[in-house]
Structures are given as C-alpha cells and as structure tokens.
Design a protein around this ligand. Sequence first.
Ligand code: BGC
Length: 732
Amino acid sequence: MLLRLVAALLLCLPAAAAFAQQPLAWKTGREAQAIERKVDALLKRMTLEEKVGQLHLSGRGDGFDAGQIRSGDMGAVMNFVVPAEVLAVQKAVRESRLKIPLIIGLDAVHGFSTYFPLPLGQAASWNPGLIEQAAYWTGREASAAGVNWTFAPMVDISRDPRWGRVLEGAGEDAYLGSVVAAARTHGYQRGGVATTPKHFVGYGAAEGGRDYNSTWIPTSQLFDLYLPPFKASFDAGAMTAMAAFNALNGVPATANKAMLTDLLRGKWGFRGFVTSDFGSITELRLHGIARDDAEAARKALLAGIDMDMMGDVYHKHLAGEVRAGRVPMKALDEAVRRVLRVKYHMGLFEKPDVDPSQAPKLMQTAEASAVALQAAREGAILLRNADGILPIREGVKSVAVIGAMAVPEEERVWTDPAGLGRRKITSLPDALRERLPAGVAIAYQPAFTRNCGTEFADKEAAIRAAAAADLVVAMLGEDCEFMGEAASRTKLDLPGVQQELLEALVATGKPVVLVLQTGRPLVLTWASEHVAAILQTFHGGTEARPAIADILTGRYNPSGRVPMSFPRSVGQIPVYYNQLPTGRPEKIRQRYESIYMDERNEPLYPFGFGLSYSRFTYANARVSASSLPLSGTVEVSVDVTNAGPLEGQEVAQLYIRQPVASLSRPLRELKGFQKVMLKAGETRTLRFRLDARQLGVHDEQGRSVVDPGEVEIYLGGSSRAEAKTQVLLTKT
Ligand code: BGC
C-alpha cells in the first residue's frame, strides 16, 4: 500500500516536470558514429597540452586555479556544489580556446540535499525500484545544482565489517550487489549525473579490513564475487569508472593493465573513461612500482587510467613523457578520446549552464522526501523482537528516548551542499509524539555530549528517565570518525561509553528497545541476549527518525533484510553465508571438525534475515521442468503466505546449491529475490526464472564453468531458507 502511495506521488512529479531532465545514456547507431567523428575532429585541433588538460581533474579548495580552465589545462572539476560557483567555472570554460565543457564531479553518495539511507541501508531494503528512485533524486538534485558526474555507486563487495567503507556498498553478496549496482546506475543517470562504479577492483577485500591495504583474490573469486556488480553497472550504462587504491595480487589497481585494459576495455568493451582515485597515481611511488611522479604518470596512463583525480601528476608530467617518447601520442589520444566521448554522450556540449535561481526549487521536494521516508522505512531491519514488544503496545504510557543521536541538528551526510538550504530534521522524540496517543509521556535524555557516544553528558539523568518510563528506546550506534573511509576498526562494539550506558539501562529492569544507527554490522551478541528489541538502521537520512517512529509505533511493518552478516565476535570475520563446504563440517562440535573452540560458526544474524510484525511461510516449492539444459531456463515457484496478523512486505529469496560439481560450490548462493506486499492471511504464488548460465562459477582462468548435475533450490525469508526443490542440469 505504502509503495503504491509513493509510486502515485512520484507519478505527479509537479516540481520535476517543470525542470525536465534528460536521462543520461550511451547513444547508439548513427548518433554514436557521429560522436566518434566529432571526437576525431576535436582531437585534431588540440595541442598536446590541451589533450593533457582533459585528463586533469582538480577540485574546489586551496590551490584551485580557475586559470587552468581558461588555458585549456583542466577538463574536470570536483566538489563544486554551490550553483553560482558551478556557473563561474562553466563561464571560465567559455574563455578557453576550444571551450570544451567541464565534467563536474561529486561524491553524491546517498543524497545531495535530501538524504537517503547510506547505501548499505538502501541495500537492506532489498527493493531495487526504491533504490533506483533514491539514486534518481540524488542525481536530480545534484544535476539541478550543476553537478553532472557522481563518484558512485560504490559496488565493492565486502565480507569484512572491520572495513569502514562497507557503508558505501551493498554488502557481501554478488547477486544482491549486482541488482543494487544496476538500480543505482539507472537512477543516477536518469537523474542527470553520469555514474562511476568504484573502486575497480577488489578494494572491499582489504586484508584485515584495514583501509587501503593489499588484497589477494584468486581469479575465480574475482569473477564470481568482486567483478559482477561492476559488470552490472556497466551493463546498466555507467559511463565512467574509478580505479581502486589497493594493490590487487601485487599489482596496484591504478596501474593494473590486466584489469583496466584487457578485461574492462578488451573483454567487456567499456567505452567510457576511468579516473584514478584521489591522488592514487602519485601513490604508485609508495606502492613501490614507480621511482617518481613521471614514471607513475606513465605507468598509470599505459595501464588504462584516463583521468588523474587530484594528483596533479598528469598535468605536470604527461606532456614531458610524450615529448620524450616514453608515452606514445596514440596512448594519450585514446585516453582523451574516452573523456571527450563521454562528454559528448552526456550532451555536455549542448547543455545550458546551471541556473542558480532555479536550483533551490529542486531541492528537498515533497517527492524526494517521500522516497527518503520510504527508503528509511524499508532499509531498517528488525533483528530482534522478544515477546512481540514492538510495535509499542497500548499499555505503554511513558517512553524514555535515550541517546544524543535521537535529536541531532542535522543528518550525517557525505557531501555538504552549503547554500542549498538544509532543513532541520525531525527528532525521534518529536516523531514519536506525533504518532503516539496524547496521553503517552515522552521523555528525552541525550546521555552523551555528542552523537558519537564517546563521553557522557549526564548518565544518571538518562538512567533516571529510563527507570521512570514503561519503555526505553535507546538510539545508539556509530557516528563521527567511527565509520566511512579510513575508519577501520578491530573492535566492533558500540564506540565510546555507549555499551556502559546500555548495560545500565538494561539494569533498570525496564524493557529496552535498541535502535541502532551504524555504518556497518556491529557485534551485537550482548545486546541480543539482554535487550527486548533491536532495530538496525544504517544512518537513514533526512527522514530517518520519522521512519523509525513509524516502525516503533506499527505504522510501518518492518521489511529490511541483512545485506551483510552480523558476526557473533570479531574473530569469526570473514563470516558470510555463501561459504564453501569443508571436508570436516560441524556435526557434533567435537575436535577435528571445522569449528572454533570458543565460538559458534554461524553469524548472529545471517544474510537475508529480518523480522516483520507478521510471519511468512513457504510451501510447495516446485520447478516447471525436472531437468534444465545448460542453455535453458526453468521456472521455480513457491507459495508464500502471510500467516501473521498484519499486512506486510516479505523478501522472498531463492538460493541454490550444487552438491556435486567439478569445483567445490558454496553451501548457498542467492540467485533471485522478490519483495512483495501480502495482506494478513494472503497466499501468493511467486515465480522466479532461473537461467542455467546463472548457475555456474569461474575457474582459475576466468572461464565460466556450468557443470551438469543436481541443483538444490531453497526458497525462504533468509539465507537459511528451508522450502526445497531441485532441478537436474543436463548437457542438452
Ligand atoms: C575515495 C573515493 C572518492 C574520492 C573523492 C577518495 O578518497 O576513495 O571513493 O570518490 O576520494 O572524494
């Protein structure tokens, strides 16, 4: 119902219609050929310096030199978000000899003026349509301010929550990651900004979860786990890509010809350009593969990096390398060609300059807020609900809301479009007040000096408020420096003094609902044994608190699902659902089985898991044919019933396992899912189409292998799905 409401709202689009935006997409046929001719003609007119200029990406801030735009020495800028400033750089282009428009980039990661949940939280909605809309509005707002390129989506798969950047991705699974990557790519580009799937490739596998650390990934795993979301993003029309900081199997990603040229351009036919990451070309020296910046520039360019983000290395050294004959002009031309091609396909040469007077009208529209609210609702995961304590019952007459995060000034964001008018956001106590009957008293105590929870403001006042209430809602989690880039952690507990507070709150004897707002799955083992309920959110954006209040009060029936396993303890990491079998599986927990002496094997909350106020059952899993030829498809169906008391959304998931094949195969692999709304008591037959080619894996040569044999198919509401059927994969 809610989904339908949002869809209906989106159909009206009054504000958007007034500023219609052309979706960005690769042109085809004659149009594409005409572009190639234009690129050729333009290249012929360019000096060596002007060519290098197109590969130079500089950013707002100290040292930014608009003179480089006028002299034709800069082809791209980043971090300009105030429309008047964007207009100024666009005007500087007009003063250059060739007037080649700038590509204007920004990390519009989960919003521009309206904020949506962090990407990991969006993935937790398992709702690609909604994720597409969140990306659309992010793109729409950014493009209204003159930005035309986003450094997103981040499509790095990660099995390691110690890595602080898991919040930017879609979690641990290649299938979910690919669906989300495609949805976000479509959405952003429909909203008018070109996308940059990043970080190519393997960044999420940083050893020990330490940011920027080396990765070691076997070819088979590269193709089965890390590359698919990139492929999905390119198939969805992504126009650029960003190389990673890390070394992959000993070769820094910024100089990795096998990946950037042989695979990406050669095998996949990608026609767009690749940017380095922030200063990553000069970092080739520190990786130990270049003596100086000139060599770093040469190695990066020849490997396939077209644009130098913030390194100033191409700008300073590339022309010299070409003149000295160390970089062939042809290689430089190819890189410039790719940049110009993207600019033409984006329509930048025809696009009018940003109109600063119009931009504010497109910010924080009712439509964008509706999507933000729905994304925050659907991205929240109910992990625990002992005795059905939620939704808040009628008998509850007083609620104590504890934790500074419940009443922040502004939502935590990744980009700061100063000047575009950020709205004060609704606090959790206010959102609850609006939803609970007038007779319910709501007390609030921040407990901490800041959102981060590193220091108490008044712990005793918080405990007194809790002790005096019928129900405690503690909003805790990660904030400040504890999440994001360069925020790797070895302990995944609640930062600062938050655990101490939580234990004190539980000790009051009052039921505690823990609302978590984090950037990653934390270790919640203690909480899972002591608090009454856990609602996990990943910084839900502008509408986070209204969405949380909707869930706590039962206005919205939670439907989020775990996109990344929650470990029981850090020592289990990496812990993920699609493990390979071992020769010594856990049976009776004795020695010489593959177990830990001091911990269970499985995660606390597995991939795909999430509670609802309803209960869903699965029956009659079946296939349309008992055998499936290697080039064919089969329909899998299952009857899903809402056996609970309330209407709600279920995420029906389909997993496979091939018990005997030429290579050892994971115990479970997600191959499909559908999010459906079911009324109380309703049964619906869901149908999935399985393509035999989806059922294979890659070998160490990167070749796809699909083996004949039995395939088990599991359907259910998590990676522990139990309804089972099977199909026989046959050669013909
Ligand atoms: C990050 C990129 C980001 C870039 C520009 C880098 O540090 O790794 O993901 O796009 O900065 O802000």
